[in-house]
Design a binder for this molecule. Structure first.
Ligand SMILES: C[S@@+](CC[C@H](N)C(=O)[O-])C[C@H]1O[C@@H](n2cnc3c(N)ncnc32)[C@H](O)[C@@H]1O
Length: 273
């Protein structure tokens, strides 16, 4: 209500003041009225836009709290705090569904955290499977590894630090993970691309992932790109589709968006439209 009043007062002031000024300086009444109306429209639009953004920000903050609450409830046996940096619960649920349905047992991940812990937990329940996660942030990697040890999940997951170095891919130089230590013969059923963090400045920081890791996908493997609804990731998805005509792609509207690249077309049957 307070905001409605602010908007109404702002609009009234915006309508009256320019007209009054023009009338005081002796401008003809019709142009004065038109100028006044034009200013009023601009002010109302600007105030409305500001108001709308505030409402969206509040909804987003509430969603983050809700996600955190759902996340804690859904992972009762492992206490985790679902921060805004983590993969969203619904995206992780979809990845868990893929792991389960397609019997994916070897996972490579870029960007460790809750996803590493909870997928390792799934593998432990099943008695097989392993996730290898690379993180550019040494402290964060150590923290995730410590949680894995604490939960006795280190038999099913490992986090390694991989500093960001200059990597040339698709005619572009990006700061991307140094994966020199990765065994050339290693094959993964699933690659999860949830890093490097694009908020550090380069919106296309995740571009190299498919160029570097295509050769590490198993025959029925797939690669998933998180945060795919962002403009940078949408551009990456377009470029991958152009450059990898042998793969099969799907954009899934879940969480912050998940873009899927699969070796086998039949893999896409396990995804929502
Ligand atoms: C998108 S996050 C990775 C999230 C991870 N896959 C998960 O589900 O928690 C990308 C990077 O942000 C950094 N990071 C910093 N604080 C973090 C936090 N609270 N949770 C997750 N990642 C964090 C880590 O270096 C991580 O590799």
């Amino acid at each position: 209500m307070k905001r409605d009043l602010q908007l109404a007062v702002g609009a009234a002031v915006a309508t009256l003041v320019p007209g009054l000024v023009l009338w005081l300086v002796g401008a003809p009444s019709v142009p004065a009225l038109l100028a006044s109306l034009a200013v009023a429209v601009i002010v109302i639009l600007a105030l409305g836009r500001r108001w709308y953004r505030q409402v969206v920000a509040r909804i987003e903050a509430q969603t983050a709290h809700l996600q955190s609450a759902i996340g804690i409830a859904a992972t009762a046996d492992i206490p985790v705090y679902w921060s805004g940096h983590a993969i969203t619960p619904e995206t992780l649920k979809l990845i868990q569904h893929l792991v389960d349905s397609l019997e994916l047992r070897s996972v490579l991940e870029l960007g460790s955290g809750i996803s590493t812990l909870l997928l390792a937990n799934d593998f432990r329940r099943r008695g097989e499977g392993r996730i290898l996660s690379f993180d550019d942030d040494r402290r964060w990697a150590e923290q995730t590894m410590a949680k894995l040890r604490h939960e006795k999940l280190d038999g099913f997951a490992e986090v390694r630090t991989a500093p960001l170095i200059d990597v040339d891919a698709a005619g572009r130089r990006s700061k991307w993970y140094d994966l020199a230590a990765l065994d050339k013969a290693a094959r993964f059923d699933l690659v999860i691309v949830d890093g490097p963090p694009a908020w550090q400045g380069d919106s296309m920081a995740r571009l190299p992932a498919l160029y570097v890791l295509r050769q590490h996908l198993s025959n029925n493997g797939l690669l998933v790109l998180d945060d795919a609804a962002r403009p940078g990731e949408r551009a990456i998805a377009q470029q991958w589709q152009r450059d990898f005509p042998d793969l099969h792609f799907r954009m899934v509207q879940t969480g912050r968006g998940l873009f899927v690249a699969a070796v086998q077309k039949s893999t896409l049957d396990f995804l929502p439209e």
